[in-house]
Design a binder for this molecule. Structure first.
Ligand SMILES: Nc1nc2c(ncn2[C@@H]2O[C@H](COP(=O)(O)OP(=O)(O)OP(=O)(O)O)[C@@H](O)[C@H]2O)c(=O)[nH]1
Length: 880
């Protein structure tokens, strides 16, 4: 059976393989190549079906005849691949925009959380192992909640892990330890203790500040991610063996003979082909000298050349490090590689691999912005040593490489060639081999470019190359397949390298935010219950306190009033009584008449005043006693009402400090002047008393008698007063009395009485008696007159009332202290409870706001997470 031949333009085919080997491969029978076919069938699916032959490489017919023999199939394939590429681009773009939106929403969520954190500190779960006996306080409840939250998070994490298998850089965070509760929101909180219990020495405010810093850093990170995914530029690095057709391949991709091709190795400088829009639409070459850092806007960093100058520029490796080739790709978006509507691809044509350039090329190919490395190998030569080294190194780095087996047109026994090369690829990079349909391509770049072979420029419409717009339907399905694979790969790679990390990060941060939100919501709900319980206890207690306060204030006021009134009445009675009976009360108190009459008067005054002062003292003592009783009673009332046994226990009541100010002294205000008239106060009663007819209530004689019985040298030393010598003894007084009585008993006596002498005598006696009476009554007269005088003065001063008021007022004043203390303490308690109530109500309100916030917040996070999880970044759109 002969191997079908494929038409090829240009050079003569090199027949390296025998037909037999090729038959074995194509028929897919059990043979040593079966594994290769199996591998292909896994990935190529229906494309291996002979009923729909589309590729020369994979079906019998394609090798046997010209691909032009199957125009419909090829056209269908082209159309499908074009559609697939476009759908992939669309899908990529949609995913990118959708991720952009989720990133914006997540940034907003973080900002909202930060604002909430400023208003009310966010609770952050801290690890700890609490025993059952510790589950009664807030901390342990939080610990319990934390545990359940962590379990939730763990569930999310596991889910996330399934979705982020490819995210190597961030998957190391996977799994929740006791110290790291979150994926990206974990705080670096120091742990103390070796039992596994975490004891944070940070207070809530410090944690909240740390958390805010974390939030801000995540916001920054999200901005960076957004910038990264919005960056639409991508670089495809074309390298390979010397003279393998790299420049021709690049030109074929560009559909333009741009880069110089030669049978001799010619490219020794890197050429980066960029869409001219990035150079204000100008087609030119910017040759960047070695050592210069290229900046398009700074002409000192490069030299400008025409595109036609590339011919010699690519060989000037001594001078230039890289050539920036700006070219106008006029093809429609769906065909243009440089600007395809989604990602602007830049092609880098590298010098052929040899030992000199190997290092440079290797380093270049690993640059971060390189999305794809295309390795061009000549079908005529297979892999050289440098090629094998390069591919092996890339495989170790898990770098995907597109292998373009070029100049396939030159091969006569294509199947054998293909088999050989695939076998080599398998040993060099099994991963690439696994997806060989997409990663290994057998093409002819010169045919795709439309020329007849090397050096054929006939397809061009200008000096620099071929404009595809003039030849939109070129006829190389293999190259088309390569191109669409390349586009898809770039998109897929970008989806994986840029969109997938963004997606994974979003899932992680949204999980964290949801977890943190649920944790806070639960915590607030539990705290709310506790606050409600506290309020349920506090409010009735507070109301009772208010009414108790009223009652106690009334009771205490009534108690003070009663004591006040009692003291006032007592004082009035006692002092008033003394004042009103001043004269009567002197009997036992005065030892007088040992001086002259003025001294006597003075003494009487003093005695009287002392009597009054004594009554005041008694009144004040009574008041003190009542005050002590009142204070003690109030202490008890206070202790009971305030439920405080220590109430006023620290205070000592010093009753001896009461009535210290002698405001009751009346001496200054009393008129103590004495005149002779003060000693004369005749009265019939006094007269009778004087002569023993009536017992005197207060007898000057008895006084005289007492004084006479114990005479002193000062006796009757009445200065400026009448001498009472003739009445100086009681004996004389008795004689006189008996004489008078004898006269009345005898007629002779009567005669005598009626005689002139007798009358005169009688008159003289009467006068004498009168004088005697007046003289002996002088002390009584003074006491009577002065007591009245004093009473009048005291009355004028409202002395009794004033003193009673003063004393009772002082009691009132003293009693005010414990009363005020009760009131003050009660007020304090009420204020304290009022404040507590207000604080709790405020907290409750804040909690309601927070609960509402977290409820909405966690739903928003959940929705966003679901949305982002639904983004399919990995599946490539297939059109059947
Ligand atoms: N038959 C055939 N010849 C090709 C093909 N592609 C390139 N050539 C020729 O191979 C020779 C080398 O092509 P280049 O594109 O210059 O190769 P290169 O890899 O860029 O060369 P250096 O960069 O100098 O290593 C030229 O004469 C091309 O015409 C192809 O697909 N088929």
């Amino acid at each position: 059976m002969s191997t079908p031949q494929r038409h090829s333009k240009g050079k003569e085919k090199v027949d390296e393989y025998t037909d037999d080997e090729a038959i074995t491969l194509i028929n897919g029978e059990a043979s040593k190549e079966a594994t290769i076919l199996d591998t292909f069938s896994e990935n190529s699916g229906t494309l291996l079906n002979n009923e729909s032959p589309s590729r020369v490489v994979y079906n019998e017919g394609s090798f046997g005849g010209d691909s032009h023999d199957l125009p419909n199939s090829n056209q269908n394939t082209n159309f499908n691949e074009l559609m697939e590429a476009q759908m992939s681009q669309l899908q990529y773009n949609n995913n990118r925009l959708a991720l952009d939106r989720v990133i914006s929403t997540t940034i907003q969520l973080l900002m909202d959380l930060s604002n909430e954190n400023s208003a009310r500190s966010i609770f952050y779960p801290l690890s700890g192992n609490l025993g059952d006996d510790q589950l009664k306080d807030a901390k342990s409840i939080r610990a319990l909640m934390r545990k359940s939250t962590l379990e939730n998070l763990k569930g999310n994490e596991n889910q996330g892990d399934r979705d982020i298998q490819r995210d190597k850089s961030e998957s190391n965070n996977g799994g929740l330890s006791s110290a790291a509760s979150f994926n990206v929101l974990n705080l670096d909180i120091k742990m103390i203790g070796d039992s596994g219990n975490l004891v944070s020495n940070l207070d809530q405010a410090a944690i909240s500040k740390l958390l805010d810093e974390k939030i801000q850093s995540n916001v920054k990170h999200l901005f960076a991610i957004r910038k990264r995914i919005d960056d639409t530029s991508s670089k495809v690095f074309v390298t390979g063996d010397l003279n393998s057709g790299k420049s021709t391949f690049c030109n074929a991709l560009l559909r333009k003979k741009l880069l110089p091709e030669d049978q001799q190795p010619c490219t020794s400088v890197f050429s980066e082909v960029i869409d001219s829009r990035e150079n204000d639409g100008l087609e030119e070459v910017h040759a960047v000298p070695i050592g210069s850092e290229y900046n398009r806007k700074d002409e000192s960093t490069f030299e400008v050349f025409q595109l036609s100058d590339l011919e010699y520029l690519v060989g000037d490796y001594d001078k230039y490090a890289i050539l920036k080739v700006y070219v106008n790709d006029k093809r429609p978006l769906n065909r243009s590689l440089l600007r395809n509507g989604v990602i602007d691809i830049k092609l880098i044509d590298a010098p052929g691999l040899n030992m000199d350039s190997y290092q440079t090329t290797e380093v270049f190919s690993r640059q971060e912005e390189i999305d794809l490395v295309v390795f061009v190998v000549s079908a005529e030569n297979h892999f050289t040593l440098s090629a094998r080294e390069f591919i092996t190194a890339a495989a170790k780095e898990k770098q995907f490489i597109f292998i373009v087996v070029n100049k396939f047109d030159s091969i006569k026994n294509k199947d054998r060639c293909m088999k050989r090369i695939l076998s080599q690829v398998q040993s060099l990079s099994p991963e690439t081999h696994k997806d060989a349909r997409d990663f290994v391509h057998f093409v002819s770049s010169s045919s795709a470019l439309g020329g007849d072979g090397p050096g054929d420029d006939s397809g061009g419409n200008d000096n620099n190359g071929v404009d595809d717009s003039a030849n939109p339907h070129h006829d190389d399905p293999d190259f088309d397949h390569l191109e669409s694979s390349l586009r898809k790969f770039v998109l897929e790679k970008r989806a994986l390298s840029k969109l997938a990390p963004a997606k994974n990060f979003l899932i992680k941060i949204l999980s964290d935010l949801e977890g943190l939100s649920v944790y806070n919501e639960d915590l607030y709900a539990a705290d709310k219950l506790k606050i409600k319980e506290q309020l349920d206890q506090l409010i009735p207690f507070y109301n009772t306190q208010l009414s108790e306060n009223d009652k106690i204030n009334k009771d205490v006021t009534a108690m003070i009033e009663a004591i006040n009134d009692d003291v006032y009445q007592f004082c009035k009675k006692r002092i008033g009584g003394t004042v009103s009976k001043l004269n009567e009360q002197l009997a036992d108190n005065v030892a007088l008449m040992n001086s002259d009459i003025y001294k006597y008067a003075n003494q009487i005054q003093t005695v009287m005043i002392n009597e009054i002062l004594k009554s005041i003292e008694v009144a004040e003592s009574y008041a003190k006693k009542k005050t002590i009783e009142g204070v003690n009673k109030m202490k008890l009332v206070g202790q009971e009402a305030l439920h405080d046994e220590s109430f006023l226990k620290d205070k000592v009541f010093r009753e001896d400090f009461m009535f210290q100010r002698k405001r009751h002294h009346i001496i200054k205000n009393i008129n103590r002047e004495v005149s002779l008239l003060d000693f004369i106060d005749p009265s019939f009663d006094g007269l009778l008393s004087t002569f023993g007819i009536r017992t005197p209530s207060f007898s000057g004689f008895s006084l005289l008698g007492r004084n006479l019985s114990s005479p002193s040298k000062d006796l009757f030393n009445w200065k400026n007063s009448l001498p009472l010598l003739f009445l100086g003894s009681s004996t004389k007084f008795l004689v006189t009395k008996n004489l008078l009585m004898g006269i009345t008993q005898y007629p002779t006596v009567f005669k005598v009485l009626t005689s002139r002498i007798f009358v005169r005598l009688s008159l003289a006696s009467a006068v004498a008696l009168g004088v005697y009476y007046l003289v002996t009554d002088m002390p009584n007269a003074f006491r009577r007159k002065y007591s009245k005088k004093l009473q009048i003065q005291l009355n004028d001063l409202d002395y009794v009332n004033n003193n009673s008021m003063r004393i009772s007022k002082e009691c009132h004043l003293v009693l005010q202290y414990p009363a005020k203390e009760i009131s003050r303490k009660f007020d304090n308690l009420i204020t304290e409870n009022f404040n507590k109530k207000q604080r709790l109500l405020g907290e409750l309100k804040g909690m309601d706001i927070s609960i509402g916030f977290y409820k909405t917040f966690s739903n928003r996070c959940k929705d966003q997470k679901k949305l982002v999880e639904s983004f399919d970044l990995e599946s490539i759109y297939h059109v059947d």
